[in-house]
Design a protein around this ligand. Sequence first.
Ligand code: NCD
Ligand code: ZN
Length: 359
Amino acid sequence: MSNTITIKKPFDSHVHFRRGAILRAVVKETTRTFGKAIVMPNTDPPINSLDAAIDYRNEILAAPGAGDFEPLMTYYLTKSLTPQEIARGAVGAEGTRIFGVKSYPFGATTNSQWGFRDMFEAKDVLKEMERADIPLLLHGEVHVSDDGEEADPYDGEKLFITDVLPRLLDSFPKLKISLEHLSTAIAADFMERNGEAGRLVATITPHHLVYDRRQAFSGGYRTLLHCKPLVKRAEDREAVRALAAKGLPFISAGTDSAPHPENKKFSSCSAFGVFNSPTAVELYTQAFDEMNALDKLEEFLSVSGPRFFGVEPNAETITLEKKDWQVTEPIETDEGVKLWPVGHVRHGIGNETMRWHVR
Ligand code: NCD
Ligand code: ZN
């Protein structure tokens, strides 16, 4: 096997940039290896109008290292999002249009306080999305079940796959749906049976491919791996890996890179979110190498995502080389705040080595 691999510059189907100083620090970490990305809307305040999306996109394009990167904007499915705003977003303005609407279950994750407990309450918006051909991007976890009880966080994805997703597919037969950040064997199995390019697709993060809960709890809780959905059992990771290695046209890379300031990450109540853009493409490549599936890497990283969102894959390429290195530094904002990337030699799971390097 060759020690280098050249692929079209990847497409990130799911990234969090935040705003202000964090955004100014992390955009260049994504643009280093990704040419385009679907940008998540769970900022404070949330992005739920075209005007807000235009403003947010302009902030990303003005960040250091943005270059010719293309941020593809999304709305947050909040109670104030209207069908009219969906129609406006589909047409777009000032070079910005809306590529998806993200649903967060109320209370489940970072800035999910504006999400629905029951997404079906938004049926008029969902109907308009179906008409306007705007995909629904799902944080597919049940956080609070119908009886008002908080679900076990290790079961949230399973409950969503068994109780909610089939009803959504039935109720909105033409709606394009992306199930984000697969983390369980049950979700991998559901996708293998029901996935279909252009109708039901799914994304996978680097951390759900590389780690399971043995690493998350190795020696103590590893907060850099703390995220929603939680990293699961070894057998879940194996099932997600097996799905990724198939090179299916409806499975793509979505890093879910989600930076938090040091004081929120290393606190008694660690914020949910893995910051992985400094190592994402490297970790994906390592996982595909371990699975003897490097021939499927380009479809997963660079082709499948653009196909779903109706954009061209990047014309530019990147070359990866098999070479050991370690992540020794945090990313620091221009306000002096440290953001610790997953895989960091000290704060990850300890003395980790990256096996691939982007030239
Ligand atoms: C994300 C964040 O921090 O914005 N956190 C996470 O754990 N994945 C939100 C999300 O995608 O759930
Ligand atoms: Zn996310």
